[in-house]
Design a protein around this ligand. Structure first.
Ligand code: BES
Ligand code: MN
Ligand code: ZN
Length: 499
């Protein structure tokens, strides 16, 4: 889908604009938005409103054919009550437009919703939300189907009506498209089957991103990981035929001496549970256990395309968790890169085992902060459902600041996170009789004890952990990766430029 912006004013009236379809807003209570008013020369739109065919409720639509006008069709879209249009109402209005656009017998359309109508948001926010929602509607996961889903029809070229097409607006459009491209990559990687999306495939993807956007890339193999003494990470790969990879992708857009933000993504390309085998039903969904890695790659792609003047390093430990005669056993004790020993009481708690060595490795970058992203625990899904990502940090001023910045970025990006506690009381659940710690803390507070485990490897820098087990993909009929939390992470990084 191609996007362009066009400014309308008194000299350049929207009523004269030629288009196959112009989408305009109406408010609940029967009020036309400014663009709708401008198109209502013969009273056709007010008549439609009066008829009761459209109420203005968010997400409702009415398509009117108007073959004699410069716009062949006018699509009325409900926005809700004028003085309280919420983020959700605006997004659902754009989604409704997208649904009509994808089935239209025309290839071009204009979105002329009032971009300044959303409560507490500006036109930049609305422009981005519109681009993301429209791109979401044309995303397809049919790359491996012999007969492709219906994509040939509908609007491919969208013009976004704005008040002024200044440099800032153009930049917002370019950044929105870059973000959508990052989300697309993240979703596509997540949806790929585990026999294709292997650790090697993720490494090749990172190399491609590096080449396209001038980033640095390094991929460490088993020998190098052994030399680094990553005994915890390597223990997870024991049962697998696929070689493990450790990916380091560097976007050095900032000043040479500026401390980088480090993003660490869990890249388990398939999680069987290992010897602590998972039940069979729904196990296919464990192909999504690399969505942390996919979100790091998606974010690196987005900021690469934006040429963001910031130093950001993406780090991805990636392997499979398989059972076999050579797999790690429950009861095995391994030594992590940090020197701390771990009694593996459950081989299905493998995410923390690969992340802890990555978290030690990144100390060398002297980071401004480290954020790890992982489909880490089913317990997080129980706690927060599918709406919020679980956010964990220590509780001091520096960490409160980081947590608040991430929460604010999530709200802006419609990709929210909810903060959870890390406290010493939970740490006690990780006690082992035979090693420095166990890799599980029992059923109570399972997402918290997982975070507490990681916390032990992050003492040297400011750190946040995001558990995306509930938010990275959807199950059921609409099964598929969501691209979250690429919007949150990208927004967080964009915001750092302003501080
Ligand atoms: N990848 C899973 C977490 C997961 C489970 C995400 C279900 C989404 C849906 C992780 O590796 C795992 O298996 N965690 C265990 C931890 C337990 C053994 C302490 C879990 O959540 O059951
Ligand atoms: Mn597991
Ligand atoms: Zn896992």
């Amino acid at each position: 889908m191609d996007f362009s912006i066009k400014a309308f004013n008194t000299k350049n009236a929207i009523a004269q604009h030629k288009s196959s379809c112009i989408a305009v807003g109406v408010y609940e209570g029967g009020k036309l938005s400014p663009a709708a008013k401008a198109l209502d020369q013969k009273g056709m739109l007010s008549a439609a409103l009066k008829s009761g065919d459209i109420t203005g409720k968010p997400g409702t639509t009415l398509l009117i054919h108007h073959s004699s006008g410069p716009a062949k069709r006018i699509l009325l879209v409900g926005l809700g009550t004028q003085d309280s249009v919420s983020d959700r109402s605006f997004i659902s209005a754009v989604q409704a437009v997208a649904r009509v656009f994808t089935t239209l017998g025309a290839s071009d359309g204009m979105l002329a919703l009032p971009l300044d109508c959303v409560k507490d948001r500006d036109a930049h926010w609305a422009l981005r939300a519109a681009v993301i929602a429209l791109r979401e509607s044309v995303f397809r996961a049919d790359g491996l189907k012999s007969k492709k889903d219906d994509t040939a029809t509908g609007v491919r070229k969208v013009t976004l009506a704005v008040d002024v097409a200044d440099a800032a607006t153009k930049r917002t459009l370019a950044q929105s498209v870059a973000l959508a491209n990052g989300m697309d990559l993240s979703k596509t990687l997540g949806n790929l089957p585990p026999n294709i999306c292997t650790p090697t495939y993720l490494a090749d993807t990172a190399k491609k991103i590096a080449r396209e956007f001038g980033q640095g890339v390094e991929v460490l193999d088993r020998k190098q990981l052994e030399a680094l003494k990553m005994g915890s990470f390597l223990s997870v790969t024991n049962g697998s035929q696929q070689p493990p990879k450790f990916i380091v992708l560097k976007h050095m857009g900032g000043k040479a001496k500026e401390a980088p933000v480090v993003l660490v993504g869990k890249g388990i390309t398939f999680d069987t549970g290992g010897i602590s085998l998972k039940p069979g039903s729904g196990m296919d969904e464990m192909k999504y256990d690399m969505c942390g890695a996919a979100s790091v790659l998606g974010t690196m792609r987005a900021i690469g395309e934006m040429a963001l003047p910031l130093n950001v390093i993406g780090v991805i430990p990636t392997c499979e968790n398989m059972p076999s005669g050579s797999a790690t056993r429950p009861g095995d004790i391994v030594t992590s890169m940090s020197g701390q020993t771990i009694e593996i009481l459950n081989t299905d708690a493998e995410g923390r085992l690969i992340l802890c060595d990555a978290l030690t490795y990144v100390e060398r970058f002297k980071p401004a902060c480290v954020i790890d992203i992982a489909t880490l625990t089913g317990a997080c899904v129980t706690a927060l459902g599918h709406h919020n990502t679980g956010l964990f940090t220590r509780h001091d001023d520096a960490h409160d600041e980081l947590a608040n910045a991430l929460i604010a970025a999530g709200k802006y990006a419609n990709d929210t996170a909810w903060r959870m506690p890390i406290e010493d009381a939970y740490q006690e659940q990780l006690k082992s009789n035979f090693a420095d710690m166990a890799n599980i803390g029992g059923p109570p507070g399972g997402s918290i004890t997982a975070a507490c485990f990681l916390e032990r490897f992050t003492k040297k820098y400011t750190w946040a952990h995001m558990d995306i087990a509930g938010t990275a993909w959807k199950s059921g009929g609409a099964k598929g990766a969501t691209g979250r939390p690429v919007p949150l992470l990208t927004t967080f990084l964009l915001e750092r430029l302003n501080h």
